[in-house]
Design a protein around this ligand. Structure first.
Ligand code: PMP
Length: 394
């Protein structure tokens, strides 16, 4: 007799709960602000990707209000009648922002990665992916059926071994894909060295700038621009859901790449266009991002101070050099306990557990915002140090 779905589902979720890995949804109000409300408590918000604070910027609201007359729905695929002049203008603006020939707007970053990798890669190709790349990259590679090589996190020696191996096996084309700023670690890929390798082995480079776009580089153009290697990136991907404070994503590069994707990228072709209100909000946000040097300066200053204070206290923040700062504690139970204790102190940093991070590397993930005041960050550091002391974290 076949098994019942409910009992097997219950068994699995029960096992996750025992290991402190069960996820539940907790409503938050005012999540775009530096102080949000969760479970009836006002908490200093260190769990948002709204790095520049733009999610609540009045100019975004004004842009949305003006575009409401066009209707709310995206109404059809981009390739049917879901394309319009606003979107065309936005794509031109993205290409200018990234310094590329062309750009393509996507519904979100997950679909951008899923779509571009599954569209570009064929089974005769080899793809090289950092072990900690985002889940959307992992899934895009799986869907492509390409020969897949996973290299150890930021380990370019290992990458080179794998590039040689793929050549020996006769891979037709090679593509390296990596996050620029890693979402759970806040560390950065050594792009200059990576570019040397990609040239040496004649591979293409796809860069996911989800956590760098708007935050790093001149005008917020991203980490590739910050490190002076933007020309060597074949395809730049980024999302409008984080520093831009909206929703949606982009892929930018040479015309050949963009035209190919427009014709072959299933998560773009077979879904409805982004609603015009979001396109308007993204355009307004892009203007604010490009003019946002002061915001970026504040964010980097506060982040550097926060990292320094945690490190001085002997706490492990891994290799973070950005606005994302993990406090790596190990066991999931401890991470949850610390997150709760921190909330008692009025600070929110959500516990991140497997499978989002490897077993034994559970952590609190702090993300800083340009709108945090110096006093906010000082309060957070004092709370972290108190809680870490009591929870015996090192
Ligand atoms: N890439 C990375 C590195 C991410 O962190 C995320 C978001 N968690 C995505 C892609 C997906 O972006 P979106 O939220 O726009 O789907």
């Amino acid at each position: 007799m076949s098994e019942s779905w409910e009992s097997t589902l219950r068994e699995e979720t029960g096992a996750w709960a025992e290991r402190h890995l069960l996820r539940t949804l907790i409503p938050a109000q005012q999540a775009g602000q530096t102080v949000l409300i969760r479970e009836g408590r006002r908490l200093l918000n260190f769990s948002s990707n709204n790095y520049l604070g733009l999610a609540t910027h009045p100019e975004l609201g004004m842009a949305v209000a003006e575009s409401v007359s066009q209707g709310i729905g995206g109404v059809a695929s981009r390739l049917i009648i879901g394309h319009n002049e606003e979107t065309e203008a936005l794509e031109r603006e993205i290409a200018r922002f990234k310094g590329t020939e062309a750009a393509l707007l996507f519904p979100n970053g997950y679909m951008a990665n899923l779509g571009l990798l599954s569209a570009l890669l064929k089974p005769s190709d080899a793809v090289f992916s950092d072990q900690y790349n985002h889940a959307s990259i992992v899934d895009g590679i799986r869907l492509s059926g390409a020969q897949s090589y996973r290299y150890r996190h930021l380990n370019l020696d290992h990458l080179e071994v794998l590039l040689k191996r793929a050549d020996a096996k006769g891979a037709k084309r090679k593509l390296i894909v990596t996050d620029s700023v890693f979402s759970m670690d806040g560390d950065v890929v050594p792009l200059s060295d990576l570019v040397q390798l990609k040239r040496k082995y004649n591979a293409a480079l796809v860069l996911d700038e989800a956590h760098a776009a708007g935050v790093w580089g001149p005008g917020g153009a991203g980490m590739a621009h910050h490190l002076g290697v933007a020309e060597d990136v074949d395809l730049h991907m980024g999302t409008f859901s984080k520093a831009f404070g909206v929703y949606g994503a982009y892929v930018a590069g040479k015309k050949e790449w963009i035209q190919y994707l427009l014709n072959r990228c299933r998560p773009l072709i077979y879904t409805t266009a982004l609603p015009p209100v979001l396109v308007a909000a993204i355009r307004a946000s892009l203007r604010l991002v490009e003019a946002g040097d002061n915001l970026r300066r504040d964010l980097h200053e506060r982040s550097a101070w926060f990292r320094q204070k945690l490190q001085e206290a002997g706490l492990s923040i891994g290799g973070s050099t950005t606005q994302i700062v993990p406090l790596i504690v190990g066991e999931s139970e401890l991470a949850i306990k610390l997150s709760q204790a921190l909330a008692e102190e009025g600070v929110l940093a959500v516990a991140i557990r497997p499978p989002t991070v490897p077993e034994g590397q559970s952590r609190l993930r702090f993300s800083l915002m340009a709108t945090h005041t110096k006093a906010d960050v000082e309060r957070a550091v004092a709370a972290v140090l108190r809680v870490a002391e009591q929870g015996a974290v090192r």
